[in-house]
Unconditional design. Structure first.
Lengths: 534, 308
């Protein structure tokens, strides 16, 4: 919180300073023109100097923002990466971090702060569309890609390039990696044994486990979900199962989910509706409310800024929910820190299909005001496609943090607690070509992955992008409701589910939800023309 | 006009030192208050990072629609004003009471120590105060509930109870600010001519009468000036306090959301710089009108004490 306050203060003063500076630079339009001009002259002079090869005579330091906490050995790893980059493209990278608890606040602010930085992690869940439409990112044209990132140009999946388009322009290098997203429970094996809970494969078993903790472990909160991104995990899990039970009539929540809108997945008429109007909403809400009432998470969950994995790691809670990728690295860490906990991982999907992620689930972008966008692109090219850089960033230093096992495997060494496997926000540069899975990680990982792979599917609306330019005011009003009233429901904070749902519906209507639905309807129909329901 | 100009020049020459003394303050005000006002244009623009504040396209009053359409304008304005009135009344009352009590105390050391202890919370950051409050009222492990459990009573759920938040906020505001104001009033009490009290003693006045007829009338100018200064900020919610102490809790937003927290929250959630600037501008304009009105009122009642 203190950091947030400081960031805000900084931001506000930065805005003031911005005012001062832009006031000095005569007219408004001149602001954008020179930037473009200098960009193109650089390109021209470069090609003039040595045809086909960019000019790298000037040494530059690029600032890269990642999400998460700085791993202990980050500097050690980046020293190695920088050695390589210096040699190849005469640039080095300086990494800055914004932690999980504050990235939602800090991310948009660094774009406006006037700070000098170059590269940032981005994703469809991490402001990609929002910042792209506000021109926060540098456009990556096919020509630029050919010139500055030839390796990427060659290896990029065509679908990935297509998905990354916002109004026909690309602002991101999506990961070169196909990812399956599925959620798992992570539980304390020692406590499960104590209360003779065999497994957590169904919601009922999970419920029994949490009840046992409530009854017997007064110093623990069973599942300490926070108010940030993990607040909706439980709700979404239950929702997916209920929705999936409807078979072909299942719902698809339309992105962005903050607009609380969904559509029948196979509905060719695109009858867009509010998720509150679905017949499953109340069932899910009732169960979430029941769990909350039984004390499965804190009565203060809405003001809790710690996320549930942190709480689990600190031994304050007995269960955590997370996606499988987080689980992989957390498992390794906990095995080393608390072997006595006998940490166990269970499938939390309960038969709902895992989603094949869009390539945009992770990616890297360049800041539109970067002083060296071309060099940043070159650096990203190396991080993605140069095996040395890719492996350093993704797994750490070979021989210190990991050891190769065969072609596609690796073994984490004890030192990896200081640089966890696939844990340093390296996801945006993941490359199938160099990918190694960790050996000796979660024991039942293969079994889990097999189940998910068997019925994994990519959602129909995965690549749908909502254009909100015509309904900005309504979007603002509904998002505000999503972040206050709807958030409460997701965490089960209601005394009268039916009444509160009705109240919320009325509130959404007066905020202009109908206008948003109309906009969705038109756009979804357009989308379905290109991607028909077969 | 010309005469006026030469007057100013003459004044500049004659009172060089005084003008010099005012210079640092003037620079700060110009840098921090006047120049940033250029940013007001943001309220009428659709901001994007690339074109910056002055280059982004104009959208006239579109940014204001959201603020009023969402129905939030009324709630947050009401909260901001009511809270500030409550803070003003409660804090002023406590400050004057404490100042009088302290001035009546005899023991020098006791007086000094009490004064310092009361002043101390003023220096504690709101973040820390927020942590105090959370640790007191946390449902599972908070101090209050742990105590209630020990004595066999039912635990209370503060974070979802709207009714108690106004009281908590008023209490923490008093906790932080009473010491500071007390010192101001105490200073003003110390300046009262002691002959007045001696004369009253001779006439056989009781302590109550001395307070009622000497102390209070003598510190009235201080009260009025501090009151006027407070009116100027009546539309400004103490952002740090509301944000940190309530933890931005959506369950009680109806009674704890003030303009400043609302603006910040919308900015963080929507990243619509234009819309939030619009809300900010609304706040400033409203605040400006209030100051003018309050000043006019004071002018009517107590012409000597009006600010301008």
């Amino acid at each position: 919180m203190k950091k947030l306050a400081r960031t805000l203060a900084l931001f506000l003063s930065a805005v003031m300073m911005l005012g001062v500076f832009s006031a000095c630079s005569s007219s408004g339009n001149s602001g954008s023109a020179p930037a473009q001009a200098s960009g193109s002259t650089a390109a021209v002079s470069a090609s003039a100097a040595e045809p086909g090869k960019p000019d790298i005579s000037e040494e530059v330091t690029l600032t890269m923002y990642l999400i998460g906490d700085r791993p202990v050995d980050n500097d050690m790893v980046f020293e190695k990466i920088n050695e390589r980059l210096k040699e190849e493209i005469n640039a080095t990278i300086d990494v800055k971090f914004m932690s999980w608890s504050e990235y939602e606040q800090k991310y948009p602010l660094i774009f406006a702060s006037g700070e000098d930085w170059d590269i940032i992690f981005t994703a469809d869940w991490c402001f990609y569309n929002a910042q792209a439409t506000k021109q926060g990112f540098w456009e990556i044209t096919p020509e630029a890609l050919e010139t500055y990132a030839p390796m990427t140009a060659e290896s990029m999946y065509p679908e990935a390039w297509e998905q990354a388009q916002v109004d026909g322009k690309v602002y991101m290098l999506p990961m070169n990696y196909q990812e399956l997203t599925a959620y798992v429970w992570m539980a304390r094996g020692d406590l499960m044994e104590k209360y003779s809970i065999e497994s957590l494969n169904t919601f009922d078993e999970v419920e029994a486990y949490m009840q046992a903790i409530v009854d017997n472990e007064p110093s623990m909160i069973p599942l300490d979900v926070g108010s940030d991104y993990d607040r909706q995990f439980v709700f979404d899990l239950l929702w997916n199962v209920e929705s999936n039970a409807r078979g072909d009539d299942r719902y698809a929540v339309l992105p962005p989910s903050s607009l609380i809108t969904c559509v029948g997945e196979n509905d060719a008429q695109a009858n867009v509706m509010s998720t509150l109007d679905t017949d499953i909403f109340l069932d899910v809400l009732t169960r979430v409310k029941d769990w909350k009432d039984r004390g499965f998470w804190s009565k203060n969950a809405v003001v809790n800024t710690q996320n549930n994995t942190e709480s689990f790691q600190a031994g304050k809670s007995a269960l955590a929910v997370m996606n499988i990728n987080t689980a992989k690295s957390l498992y390794a860490t906990l095995q080393a820190e608390h072997p006595e906990w006998d940490v166990q991982v269970f499938d939390a999907m309960n038969g709902a299909p895992a989603t094949i992620q869009s390539y945009l689930a992770n990616g890297m972008s360049i800041f539109s005001k970067s002083k060296h966008p071309e060099r940043a692109l070159m650096a990203l090219d190396y991080l993605r496609n140069d095996e040395i850089c890719h492996n350093l960033f993704s797994y750490g230093i070979e021989g210190v943090h990991w050891e190769a096992v065969g072609e596609h495997g690796l073994k984490s060494l004890p030192q990896s607690t200081n640089y966890a496997y696939d844990g340093n926000c390296n996801w945006g540069i993941r490359n199938d070509k160099f990918w190694r899975t960790v050996e000796g990680g979660i024991p039942n990982l293969e079994e889990l992955t097999d189940t998910w792979k068997a019925n994994a599917r990519s959602g129909r609306y995965l690549t749908f992008v909502f254009d909100d330019s015509e309904v900005k005011n309504e979007v603002a009003a509904v998002t505000e409701i999503y972040n206050s009233d709807y958030k409460l429901l997701q965490l089960g904070f209601t005394d009268d589910p039916e009444g509160d749902v009705e109240k919320l519906k009325a509130k959404l209507e007066s905020a202009g939800a109908a206008t948003i639905r109309e906009a969705f309807h038109t756009q979804v129909l357009e989308f379905l023309e290109k991607h028909p329901v077969e | 006009m010309k005469k006026h100009k030469s007057l100013l020049l003459k004044d500049l020459r004659e009172n060089r030192v005084k003008w010099l003394m005012i210079l640092p303050a003037a620079i700060v005000v110009i840098l921090m208050c006047y120049i940033p006002m250029g940013g007001i244009v943001l309220a009428f623009k659709e901001y994007n990072y690339h074109d910056g504040i002055f280059g982004s396209p104009w959208v006239a009053f579109k940014n204001f629609e959201y603020f009023f359409q969402s129905g939030k304008a009324f709630t947050v304005t009401r909260n901001t004003i009511l809270y500030n009135i409550a803070f003003l009344l409660v804090n002023t009352l406590l400050q004057i009471t404490c100042a009088i009590l302290l001035s009546e105390l005899a023991g020098k050391w006791f007086k000094r120590i009490t004064q310092s202890v009361m002043f101390f919370p003023y220096f504690i950051s709101w973040v820390v105060v927020g942590a105090f409050v959370y640790n007191m009222f946390n449902f599972e492990f908070g101090a209050v509930n742990t105590f209630l459990e020990k004595i066999g009573a039912d635990p209370i759920d503060v974070y979802s109870n709207k009714a108690v938040w106004p009281f908590i906020l008023i209490a923490v505001s008093a906790f932080k600010n009473v010491g500071y104001g007390t010192v101001m009033y105490l200073a003003s009490i110390m300046n009262i001519d002691s002959q007045l009290y001696e004369a009253a003693d001779l006439d056989g006045a009781t302590m109550w009468q001395k307070i009622r007829y000497i102390t209070l009338p003598c510190i009235r100018p201080t009260i009025v000036i501090l009151f006027l200064l407070a009116i100027g900020t009546i539309m400004k919610g103490d952002f740090q306090m509301f944000w940190q102490v309530t933890g931005n809790n959506p369950m009680v937003l109806d009674v704890t959301d003030v303009i400043d927290t609302y603006v910040t929250r919308s900015l963080l959630e929507l990243q619509e710089f234009g819309m939030t600037s619009a809300a900010g501008l609304y706040q400033s304009v409203f605040s400006f009108i209030l100051v003018l009105l309050a000043n006019k009122l004071v002018k009517k009642v107590e012409p000597d004490y009006a600010l301008f």
